[in-house]
Ligand binder design. Structure first.
Ligand SMILES: C[S@@+](CC[C@H](N)C(=O)[O-])C[C@H]1O[C@@H](n2cnc3c(N)ncnc32)[C@H](O)[C@@H]1O
Length: 395
């Protein structure tokens, strides 16, 4: 036993176009241990996360250099090489993971395209920066990515992609406001659109970290799936660009817990309004968060096309990005229809029917990739309530 982890055998797995080695998940289960206790970590449930990563990286063209600075079994790095044609650095500080990565490289004949590194993730990012940077960099830690972004932003070449996973979603989603402030420098609490707020808080945090180094990062694809939040950023250079991006894209949400009214405002400081203009209750303030787009059509559509082209990508990955493509151009912050209906003591409407009814009245409306019972729309809350009342036959 080593700090709560047990050494179990490595097993061979297959995902996408590669075979690789990780702790034997069946053996772990027989020992009554969670997969999180694996010495060489592999979570099959993250497959769609990796599918989307491979599809996004493959949009960067030929001769791409990529890195997974927390590579574990190396599955993501091997796939980036085998499926996106990238030259890849697969780093992990765990010697057993490093060993498994090397086995995986040999197993797939990828000696010429994947390099295994054994070091701390931040040191790996700094070394990558020193050697000219990479076009695609994946930050995929256990828990928060926050301490790894400072070095990672500088390791991505201008125009490249920084991909960030956060699994500390209770923090990002506002369950622990003190920790949210400590880790992401943001104010918030859990609200009906908490998953999107979490993605936007992560985006705003990365933008501020990048700005310290005169870099601008712009979210181009973001999704909240299962137990994690994931944001892909395009990296751009320049103090002016960084300042502009902070000025225009950072802001605050004022939200009324009682009636669901919300407003987004650009700016560094929390809005002054204290009470809801609709019901007079006290407003919650969430921010700073990214108030600009977090989906870029030029990335979302080609990613979906890529996912549809290759048979080995999972149905879940296609569904996530298909759903994101429906959200393109929608205003931020979804509405939870169950909550909206329960506030008015109405039965819940079907989200599909609500979207259809809103569109027939000339509003924009879509379903939401991360919450089955929620919708996005440019209708006001009063207008949505009217549509819901008509749908469920209330007064
Ligand atoms: C969630 S796993 C990565 C999963 C992998 N990227 C994938 O797609 O399957 C996190 C990995 O980060 C490694 N790790 C944690 N802290 C690290 C650090 N400071 N530097 C380098 N590796 C680290 C762990 O050893 C673990 O293998």
């Amino acid at each position: 036993m080593d700090r709560g982890r047990i050494t179990v055998s490595l097993a061979e797995y297959e995902e996408g176009a590669v075979r690789f080695y990780a702790s034997d998940l069946e053996e772990l289960e027989r020992l009554g241990l969670a997969y999180t206790k694996a010495r060489v970590f592999y979570n099959p449930d993250m497959r769609s996360n990796r599918d989307i990563a491979v599809a996004v990286a493959s949009l960067l063209g030929e001769e791409v250099v990529a890195a997974d600075i927390m590579a574990a079994s190396g599955v993501r790095a091997l796939r980036l090489a085998a499926e996106a044609g990238a030259a890849v650095i697969a780093n992990d500080r765990n010697p057993l993971a490093y060993h498994a990565i090397r086995l995986g490289i040999r197993r797939n004949g990828l000696e010429g395209s994947v390099d295994a590194w054994l070091m701390d993730a931040n040191l790996a990012s700094l070394s990558l920066k020193e050697s000219g940077g990479v076009d695609y960099l994946d930050v995929d830690p256990f828990g928060t990515p926050s301490p790894f972004l400072w070095a990672a932003v500088g390791a991505v070449r201008i125009g490249g992609i920084l991909a960030v996973t956060a699994t500390d979603t209770p923090v990002l989603y506002g369950v622990y406001p003190d920790k949210l402030f400590r880790v992401y420098f943001a104010h918030g609490r859990k609200v009906e659109f908490h998953k999107e707020a979490g993605l936007r808080i992560l985006a705003a945090y990365a933008a501020r970290v990048a700005a310290v180094y005169d870099l601008a990062v712009r979210p181009v694809l973001a999704h909240a799936t299962r137990h994690y939040a994931r944001v892909y950023f395009r990296v751009e250079r320049g103090a002016t660009k960084a300042s502009e991006s902070l000025r225009e894209m950072l802001g605050w949400v004022s939200y009324c817990l009682r009636c669901g009214w919300r407003m987004i405002q650009q700016g560094r400081y929390p809005p002054k309004e204290e009470s809801c203009p609709r019901c007079g209750s006290r407003l919650e303030k969430l921010g700073p968060l990214w108030v600009g787009d977090i989906l870029d059509e030029g990335v979302v559509k080609p990613t979906l096309k890529k996912l549809n082209e290759c048979v080995w990508f999972s149905e879940e990955a296609r569904e996530i990005v298909e759903s994101l493509s429906q959200e393109l151009g929608m205003p931020p912050l979804y509405y939870d229809l169950d909550l909206l209906a329960s506030r008015r003591k109405l039965p819940s409407p079907s989200p599909r029917a609500a979207v259809k009814a809103l569109r027939s009245r000339g509003f924009r409306a879509s379903l939401v990739h991360c919450e089955k019972k929620s919708i996005k729309t440019d209708a006001s809350i009063g207008e949505i309530e009217e549509v819901v009342r008509d749908l469920v036959g209330g007064k």
